[in-house]
Design a protein around this ligand. Structure first.
Ligand code: AMP
Ligand code: GLY
Length: 424
């Protein structure tokens, strides 16, 4: 089989690595890819939003299946373009990817179908939002409706902060048209858990749980980032939590989308908060998480190509998902200054130390080849260093040991990824 993967980050590297393990696969392409992905796939310089060029490539190269890692092309309708040309592709159509593409849509869906989530109001008029926020209970959460690279969420502690937030999102349009509408949401407390799932339109199969660390600095301080590290499984995702979510959240979401005429095929990423009142949906994503994928896929036993195909063909009920009875931790090596301002183009040393080491992985996020053919930093998040272990503690020790094998000029990382697990 020939597979095309669309995307260029650590998540896509993890997907490409996992696809490469399949004995059914002869050739992998990745558009546009990065220097690490080039180790297991042929990178093609076509952008993820160039749907017609990607479809031309798939046709010309007789690609059997295209897998989309990123949210933008999914929300933009890449799947519809491929399907209209008779090309096989894994992911939700545009009318289903709206589950991630519009927070107002997903909140209304949850309300209509009784799926547990925070109470909310939606506004498209900033004046009405400002009026409402004068008397709303604080803290309160403001969310730009559309895609904003995970940065369109503001937690406000005072009415003044909330007012400034409305200006940022709806008036100054800091997140562009994503701020045409805004969701104002009740502030919740509790542990966050990420649950990724495969969906074939009717059946949903849950992968092992994980947790992301979104803030830039140790102790969950600093700005929100795309994710500074993950661990899997989450010890907070107990059997009781799992049973609740199976009963009230997972299948209910898939059924609701079908009833709305928006049958969902692909990945649903359930962002959950385990509140004192029980699990609540924080957000939905219509794709794998980054860097959740970097800890979930190394623990997955199935041939992922079988699972992708079962989703596309609507026979996921035939698949039993299996995960290793171990744990994994991913520590992101970033460029110092991320997510605000950072330099790039520094040579990365030590990548070869991962070769042949079972249970250790280095997934590239922002890397490229320089003129000399050396691999250099090319983004805020540079690498995701993942290690497995029998327990979370062991996996964490292994991952941090492996972060020492890598060196580049402005290397930055958090030192407390997975530390919360010491509390249990
Ligand atoms: P989201 O993009 O919706 O997942 O929001 C980003 C982050 O903001 C989440 O991972 C939470 O840490 C935080 N957050 C979002 N919604 C709420 C809420 N209703 N209450 C408390 N924290 C929230
Ligand atoms: N790690 C969070 C996300 O992928 O949205």
């Amino acid at each position: 089989m020939k597979i095309l993967i669309v995307g260029s980050g650590g998540r896509e590297h993890a997907i490409a690595w996992k696809v490469a393990e399949s004995p059914r696969v002869d050739k992998i392409y990745c558009a546009p890819g990065n220097a690490g992905i080039a180790g297991c796939a042929e990178c093609v310089s076509i952008g993820a939003m160039e749907f017609d060029r990607l479809a031309d490539f798939a046709e010309e190269n007789k690609i059997d299946l295209t897998v989309v890692g990123m949210d933008d092309p999914l929300v933009g309708g890449i799947v519809d373009v491929f399907e209209a040309r008779g090309l096989r592709i894994f992911g939700p159509r545009k009318n289903a990817a709206i589950l991630e593409g519009s927070k107002a849509f997903s909140k209304d869906l949850m309300k209509k179908y009784g799926i547990p989530t925070a109470a909310y109001e939606t506004f498209d008029d900033p004046k009405k939002a400002l009026e409402y926020l004068k008397t709303a209970p604080m803290p309160i959460v403001l969310k730009a409706d559309g895609l904003a690279l995970g940065k369109g969420v503001l937690i406000c502690n005072t009415p003044e902060e909330a007012e400034a937030g409305v200006r940022e999102i709806m008036m100054d349009k800091k997140f562009g048209s994503a701020g045409n509408q805004m969701v104002v949401e009740e502030f919740m407390t509790g542990r966050e858990v990420s649950v990724l799932s495969f969906v074939d339109g009717n059946t949903v199969k849950i992968m092992t749980s994980s947790q992301d660390h979104k803030r830039a600095q140790d102790g969950d301080q600093g700005l929100n980032t795309g994710g500074m590290g993950t661990f899997s499984p989450s010890p907070f995702y107990t059997e009781e939590v799992d049973a609740f979510c199976r009963e009230h959240i997972y299948q209910a979401t898939v059924d609701a989308m079908k009833k709305e005429g928006r049958t969902f095929k692909g990945i649903i990423f359930f962002g959950l908060m385990l509140t004192p009142k029980g699990p609540r949906v924080l957000e939905y994503n219509a794709r794998f998480g980054d860097p959740e994928t970097q800890v979930v896929l190394p623990r997955m036993k199935n041939d992922i190509v079988d699972v992708f195909e079962a989703c596309v063909d609507g026979r996921l009920n035939e698949i039993e998902l299996e995960f290793e009875d171990n744990a994994a931790v991913c520590v992101v090596l970033a460029s110092d200054g991320y997510p605000v301002k950072y330099e790039k183009g520094f040579k990365i040393k030590g990548l070869e130390k991962f070769e042949g080491k079972d249970g250790y992985y280095v997934f590239h996020a922002g890397t490229k080849f320089d003129q000399d053919g050396d691999i250099v930093t090319n983004g805020g998040r540079v690498l995701g260093v993942t290690a497995t272990g029998a327990t979370l503690k062991e996996a964490r020790a292994n991952a941090y040991e492996a972060t020492e094998w890598i060196d580049f000029a402005n290397k930055y990382m958090r030192h407390d990824i997975g530390k919360a697990i010491d509390d249990v």
